[in-house]
Structures are given as structure tokens and as C-alpha cells.
Ligand binder design. Structure first.
Ligand code: PMT
Length: 397
């Protein structure tokens, strides 16, 4: 069944009588696993209070474009980046017109312009307004821009008319939202993804590691499952929940990660190396805890095996995608890394920016392959992962 596990759904509520149904819609989205934040227009607040939607969503409701408080925290750019989906329900005729003309005159329309997330609208209006040529043209314009539509339903309306224009039921809207993430792009494929850090032991209680949280790798696993792939995560120690339907193999060190990846090679069509693997490990692991004594302690390190290069150069090499975590000359170092390691694709990640990369909820990357590249601007790691998976599906022979 389609779900919204850990998806960030930004719900826009506009001013129509169906706004009261947004309370139930929040519940339905949450039942499918979504985190929900709400933007209300002025009109929406005439029909239902922000307090109701705040209580149900568990998050403050956003209402103003120019709000000093909001701009310091969740302003329109942060909301736009946070969202994996912008769902507008109910969407009035006026909202559709403003979207179609690219207006940015309130928080909701400005966020709609600023987000890279898909947009799903659930229209709700009087049947004659829905049938009007202006609305028909606006819907057609939005469709050409890739905006998704759910409903409207037909039947008796609050105004007494009968016909099309009623907002779809919340269960149907929530299911349509979840369905957007089920692309089927990798149906039948077997995907193995490395994620998180490795830990290289020095003694029984100490290790060398790094700041990888696993968020990017786990988001990729979610995106691969949503694309229909049978998905295995080979993961270092992290605190991120395993997406439904993903098989997880836990490892600690780079050598363990290599062993597990090699064992999976026979069942792998696509390999994605997102893990931050330690390049070096202590030459030996002390049997007992190293005692404090001398003023200086020298630790001898030896090179770890390069997992992604080993996979890419194996006899049964799958389509192999690496990451390149760089702090300068990001694109040229990444392309060089792709060639040196024999990869089919590489994801260049500028980790000098504290707001993206290691341990953040967002990322911005450039995906590169032999004769092309595509920049993916800052968005949630879920959104970046979905876009990376789509590029893999496009480029995999
Ligand atoms: O986990 P998060 O907090 O969400 O952060 C995500 C991330 C920043 C860790 C991720 O986006 C990322 O950039 N991962 C790659 C980190 C890295 O180790 O990059 P690298 O440039 O050092 O390595 C290049 C490639 O070789 C990577 O695909 C890496 O997995 C692989 N590698 C590196 C060393 C090694 N011994 N074996 C490898 O397979």
C-alpha cells in the first residue's frame, strides 16, 4: 500500500467551506506516516481556526509572508525546502488563478513558487465556477507545469447546486499524495545502498569515525523502495528508522561493509555508495583500553579498502553510483573521482556548507555522469533522493 512514511507534507489551506475537511485530511496524512505543517490563507481562517490545525498537526500554523518571527525560523524559503510535497486542499478558484499566473502575493503562493517539491491541488468551488472557461484554462496551464490534480468530486454542494466542484474526500486526497511517490521507475531492480559512517576501532572502547547521520542514505533507500526496487541498506551505526520494505544489514567497520557489499553483489543491479567510509583505520586494535600516560600518543593508520571502487571494478559490476564529499573545487574533484573509481555516476556534495551535507535534513548536490550533469538545488534529503533515483533510472542502460 502507498504510504507517506517520514515524508514532509506542507498542507496549504485556502478559503472555502471545504476548509473544515482539512482537519480530517491532516489525520489521514499522518496515518500514512507523514509529518504535516500547515499554511493558511486569510480566507481559510474565516472558515477554521489556526489553533485547530496547529493542535492536529502538532506544529505551529504559518499564515503571514512578512512575519518577523517566521522569517527567523520557518519562513517561506525554509518551508519550501522542508516540503517533500506541497498539497493545497481545498484549492479555491482564486488560488488556482494566482498559481497559474505565478503570483507571489501571500505566504502560500510564494512558497509554491519557491519549492522544488511536487505540487498537488484539490480544487473546491461552486460547480459553475469550476466549469468556467477561466478555471478550465488555469487548470490546463497548471497541468502543463506538472501540477497534479485530485478531484474535484461531483454531487450536492454546500450552496445547494449539484455538479462537479466538491473537494475530494480526505482519504482519497491522502492516497493521491502517497501515490505521487510510488513512481515504479525501478520496478524489478535490486538496489544496494551503503549509508552512515564506519567506526574503526582503536581499542575495546574507542574508535575513529565521522559525522555522517545516515539521513541521506536512508532517504535514498526510501526513494528506491518508492520506485519499486527491492532495496538493501548496508549501514554503519546510525539512529535513523529503517524505511518500510527495506532490508537492513548492520556493520561497523569499512572492512565489514566491504564484506557485506561483496556478498550482495550477485543480487544487485544498482549500487549506491552514500556511506562516509573511513579512509584509514588503526593498524592494530589494542586488546585492552589504551591507558593515559605519555604526553603524546602516535596512532599508526593503514588504508581501508575502497568499497565503491571494488564494486565498480568487480566481474559482476552493477550500475555503480558514488558520492563525492568535497569542500573545494567540488565539481572537478567529483568528476575526477568518478573516472578514477570507474563509476557510472557520481553525486557531488559540497560539505563545506554546514546547512547541507553531513547531519543536516537538507542537501544540494550535482549529479554527474559520463556525458552530462544536473544540479539539484537545496531541498529536503527525501526530495534530493527522489530526484537522484529518477536520474539513475534515466541513465541506467
Ligand atoms: O549521512 P548524512 O549525515 O545524511 O550525510 C550525507 C553525506 C554527506 C555523508 C553524503 O551525502 C556523502 O557525501 N557521502 C559520501 C561521503 C564520502 O565518504 O565521500 P568521499 O568523497 O570520501 O568518498 C567517495 C566515494 O567513495 C563515496 O561514494 C564513498 O562512499 C566511497 N568510499 C570512500 C572510501 C572508502 N574506503 N570506500 C568507499 O566506498
Amino acid at each position: 500500500m502507498a504510504h507517506l512514511f517520514k515524508r514532509n507534507v506542507l498542507l496549504g489551506v485556502t478559503g472555502g467551506i471545504a476548509a473544515y475537511k482539512s482537519a480530517e485530511l491532516i489525520r489521514q496524512l499522518q496515518l500514512l506516516g507523514a509529518n504535516v505543517r500547515v499554511i493558511m490563507t486569510h480566507g481559510a481562517r474565516e472558515f477554521i481556526t489556526p489553533l485547530t490545525l496547529q493542535a492536529l498537526s502538532g506544529n505551529p500554523v504559518h499564515t503571514e509572508l512578512l512575519d518577523e518571527q517566521a522569517e527567523q525560523g520557518m519562513g517561506h524559503i525554509e518551508l519550501a525546502r522542508w516540503a517533500d510535497l506541497l498539497l493545497i486542499a481545498p484549492a479555491t478558484a482564486d488560488l488556482l488563478a494566482r498559481l497559474a499566473t505565478g503570483r507571489a502575493d501571500d505566504l502560500l503562493t510564494t512558497t509554491a513558487l519557491a519549492t522544488a517539491a511536487p505540487l498537488l491541488v484539490a480544487p473546491a468551488m461552486n460547480q459553475q465556477m469550476w466549469r468556467d472557461q477561466a478555471t478550465t484554462d488555469n487548470i490546463a496551464t497548471l497541468a502543463t507545469r506538472g501540477v497534479h490534480l485530485v478531484g474535484p468530486a461531483a454531487g450536492e454542494q454546500a450552496c445547494g447546486d449539484v455538479g462537479p466542484g466538491r473537494m475530494e474526500e480526505p482519504t482519497i486526497i491522502a492516497a493521491a499524495a502517497a501515490g505521487l511517490f510510488q513512481s515504479g521507475l525501478l520496478a524489478g531492480k535490486r538496489v544496494v545502498i551503503t549509508a552512515g559512517p564506519t567506526r574503526e576501532a582503536m581499542d575495546p572502547v574507542r574508535y575513529i569515525s565521522n559525522h555522517s547521520s545516515g539521513k541521506m542514505g536512508y532517504a535514498l533507500a526510501q526513494a528506491a523502495v518508492d520506485a519499486g526496487a527491492s532495496t538493501t541498506l548496508v549501514s554503519g551505526p546510525v539512529n535513523v528508522p529503517v524505511p518500510d520494505g527495506v532490508h537492513k544489514v548492520s556493520v561497523e567497520s569499512a572492512e565489514q561493509m566491504l564484506d557485506q557489499c561483496q556478498a550482495l553483489l550477485g543480487e544487485c543491479d544498482i549500487f549506491i555508495a552514500c556511506a562516509a567510509v573511513a579512509d584509514y583505520r588503526p593498524a592494530s586494535i589494542e586488546q585492552h583500553k589504551i591507558k593515559k600516560g605519555a604526553e603524546q600518543l602516535t596512532l599508526e593508520l593503514v588504508r581501508n579498502p575502497d568499497i565503491v571502487a571494488a564494486v565498480a571494478n568487480s566481474a559482476q559490476a552493477p550500475f555503480t553510483v558514488g558520492f563525492a564529499a568535497e569542500t573545494n573545487d567540488v565539481l572537478s574533484y567529483a568528476r575526477d573521482k568518478m573516472q578514477r573509481k570507474g563509476l557510472d555516476m557520481i553525486v557531488a556534495n559540497d560539505v563545506s556548507d554546514q546547512n547541507i551535507g553531513f547531519n543536516s535534513d537538507q542537501n544540494a548536490v550535482t549529479v554527474m555522469w559520463s556525458d552530462g550533469e544536473q544540479a539539484l538545488p537545496c531541498a529536503s534529503k527525501n526530495s534530493i533522493a527522489t530526484q537522484i533515483v529518477a536520474l539513475i533510472a534515466q541513465n541506467k542502460p
